[in-house]
Write a protein that binds this ligand. Structure first.
Ligand code: ZN
Length: 180
């Protein structure tokens, strides 16, 4: 950050009084610009024994497969964000969303959250951010072509839990050296 979003003045970095971290502070209007982690909300849509994946039409990881997910917007709930991202990327509506996976990604200040959900129908298609959307059996999951480690972990947990048909909420964290 270089300029204050309130007044346009140059910002500096300093530790505000009563704080313990470096913040961007505007010397003109005294606004403290806090920067905090972002939440990525997504879904793990199923149809019977199959899982829906999207092949990314955008960077990063263009051409790789992912679960529908994206940054939460202001004013929406996490579940609404997961639903919205699924509509945007896969033109698909979900029902019975269940919180399932939370992966901390501290080195890029993100938290990735996935809901299990059933597709409301087979009415789905590639949205503008996807090249292709399709259903996969477990045996056909393109493990080496998955876009993100958080998606990899979520699918791994899901297929392990599905053997017992019990789906506790799972948590995990990526170590600093790992890609997302
Ligand atoms: Zn300012």
């Amino acid at each position: 950050m270089k300029f204050c979003s309130q007044c346009g003045h140059t910002v500096i970095q300093r530790i505000p009084e009563g704080d313990s971290r470096l913040r961007y502070v505007c010397e003109q209007c005294q606004t403290i610009h806090y920067q905090n982690p972002n939440i990525v909300a997504g879904s793990l849509p199923t149809w019977g024994r199959q899982v829906l994946l999207c092949r990314r039409a955008i960077e990063p990881r263009l051409g790789y497969w992912t679960l529908p997910a994206g940054f939460m917007e202001n004013g929406e709930t996490m579940e609404q964000a997961a639903r919205r991202e699924t509509v945007e990327e896969a033109c698909a509506n979900l029902k019975d969303l269940q919180l399932y996976m939370l992966v901390d990604v501290p080195h890029i200040s993100q938290v990735h959250v996935f809901y299990r959900a059933e597709l409301a129908s087979l009415d789905f298609a590639a949205g503008p951010e996807s090249l292709e959307v399709r259903l996969f059996d477990e045996a056909d999951i393109p493990w080496s072509e998955l876009a993100f480690m958080t998606v990899h972990k979520t699918l791994e947990c899901f297929f392990a839990d599905r053997k017992l048909e019990v789906y506790p909420v799972r948590t995990d964290a990526l170590p600093p050296s790992r890609p997302i």
